[in-house]
Design a protein around this ligand. Structure first.
Ligand code: GDP
Ligand code: MG
Length: 472
């Protein structure tokens, strides 16, 4: 009796142990998908899900080990954990990109944080895991949030005065100076030390907001703060969003209570404390992996200043990642994010032979700080990729010369076009090196796909870099 009892107990124990082991082998990864609006986050997430669910095979994703080794079993969308964050609308994106009838279109942009959880079921390939648990599941939480919010990050460490010292002088420089006139005029008129005039502050804040929104639309400048002014959502009109930079020379040491200045300071502090900080506390500090999508080609189109500003902003952000002065950022990021990928997106807009130059250019944009991060043990990689390929390569022979062109339908046009894209520089150019005619890279509509398949460039490399080690 005791023998069979022991046997039975051993069996159940073994069953339990296996279950427990199995559960502990289920892993979670939180992937932050970030980039300024328009950099391609929505398209990236749509493509990621599509390729992992209905296009998951080794032909399509040859450089993703779990696919090449035929260990991927299936991936599906499962209910997310965070109940207070909207779900990424995958179906809406798919019906735009792969419509039942009519022309495909890019998914509409979503201007708020959203998330999606994928369960990736796979065969483990070795060791303990292979022996006890033939199948494992990796839960992948993808979090998409407006990159503009990321740009508020440095404000966490700034006082209102320091913020003004940084932002105000920029308003007198190109390209901001072209549209900052109305705001600067109004702010000059404001008596900072007079008792607060709420409606005057609201009016000036509105001028400031209008200027920021215009700059974002027309220049693709990167350092536009506060980020929520660009996408206020339900904060529109809330007092904590009604502030703006003032001439730092006009500040006094002792701030009169109840004055305009006192209120500006109060609002700035409230914005940082109630908007910026909770966002990082709730979402940011839990990320494991991060992809930063950069639309390098559009920045090149905009010119020298925009590209420089992009570089400055990225480096400023990275500086916080690695050695934030207060140590606050160190605590916030260091324990979790161990891999960052900078992706020069939309590389289907240029010919394949220039992808290398594009990746090198992005590499030179982030160089200043990536070295520090690497030293601190964070892995960093730069890549040229395209989540959803909207063009086809075409070779055209012109006067005996073979030209590597792309073929596609330019955005908002009706005719298809074969065109020779310019060659991007392979490093940051200074002003005197910048070509006189500038750069002009075209944008394209998505390709129709009768077989309902999306095409990508190097998305499998991206997956391998971000997830490969979690799927072994
Ligand atoms: N050719 C090409 N265009 C892209 C790609 N991803 C995004 N785009 C373009 O960039 C626009 C903005 O992309 P979206 O994903 O909405 O950016 P988000 O604001 O960062 O979410 C799209 O409407 C497309 O025109 C891509 O992989 N290839
Ligand atoms: Mg989006």
């Amino acid at each position: 009796m005791s023998q069979s009892f022991a046997k039975k107990t051993f069996k159940t124990f073994k069953g339990k142990a296996q279950k427990a082991l199995h559960r502990s082998l289920d892993q979670h990864v939180k992937l932050a998908v970030t980039g300024l609006s328009g950099s391609g986050k929505t398209a990236f997430i749509s493509a990621l899900v599509k390729h992992l669910t209905s296009q998951a095979n080794d032909n399509n994703l040859p450089f993703f080990d779990v696919m090449r080794e035929h260990r991927h079993i299936a991936t599906k969308i499962v209910p997310q954990e965070a109940l207070n964050v909207p779900t990424f609308d995958y179906n809406r994106a798919m019906s735009a990109l792969l419509p039942m009838e009519g022309d495909p279109a890019w998914p509409a942009s979503t201007e708020r944080i959203n998330t999606l959880r994928l369960a990736i079921k796979y065969q483990s390939n070795a060791g303990l895991r292979g022996h006890f648990s033939p199948q494992s599941t990796l839960y992948l939480d993808i979090i998409d949030y407006p990159g503009e919010w990321l740009l508020d990050l440095p404000m966490l460490e700034q006082s209102y005065t320091a913020w003004c010292e940084q932002q105000y002088p920029l308003l007198n420089q190109s390209p901001r100076s072209a549209t900052s006139g109305d705001f600067l005029h109004a702010v000059e008129q404001l008596d900072l030390h007079a008792p607060v005039d709420e409606s005057e502050l609201a009016n000036i804040a509105q001028l400031y907001q209008r200027m920021l929104v215009g700059l974002k639309k027309d220049t693709k400048l990167a350092m536009l703060q506060p980020g929520r002014m660009l996408m206020p959502g339900d904060l529109q009109g809330a007092p904590l969003l009604l502030f703006f930079p003032i001439n730092p020379e006009k500040m006094k040491d002792d701030v009169v209570a109840g004055s305009n200045l006192a209120h500006l300071i109060k609002r700035f502090n409230a914005y940082v404390k109630e908007v910026v900080k909770p966002f990082y506390n709730e979402h940011f500090r839990h990320f494991d992996r991060q992809i930063v999508l950069v639309d390098v080609l559009s920045a090149l189109n905009e010119g020298h200043e925009t590209l420089h500003e992009q570089s400055r902003v990225i480096n400023q952000l990275l500086a916080h990642f690695s050695y934030g002065e207060s140590g606050f950022f160190k605590r916030l990021f260091k324990p979790n994010i161990d891999k960052i990928l900078f992706a020069a997106n939309k590389s289907d807009h240029i010919s394949a032979k220039h992808h290398k130059a594009l990746a090198l250019l992005l590499d030179s944009l982030v160089k200043e700080q990536s070295n520090h991060l690497k030293f601190d043990g964070v892995q960093i990689e730069t890549m040229a990729m395209s989540s959803i390929t909207a063009t086809q390569p075409r070779q055209v022979v012109d006067e005996g010369q073979t030209l590597d062109c792309v073929y596609g339908k330019p955005l908002n046009e009706h005719e298809w076009l074969t065109y020779l894209p310019p060659e991007p520089p392979s490093r940051m150019l200074n002003k005197s090196e910048w070509p006189a005619q500038g750069f002009e890279f075209l944008s394209f509509s998505p390709m129709p796909s009768p077989d309902k398949q999306l095409k990508h460039i190097r998305l499998d490399h991206v997956m391998q870099y971000l997830l490969g080690d979690k799927l072994t």
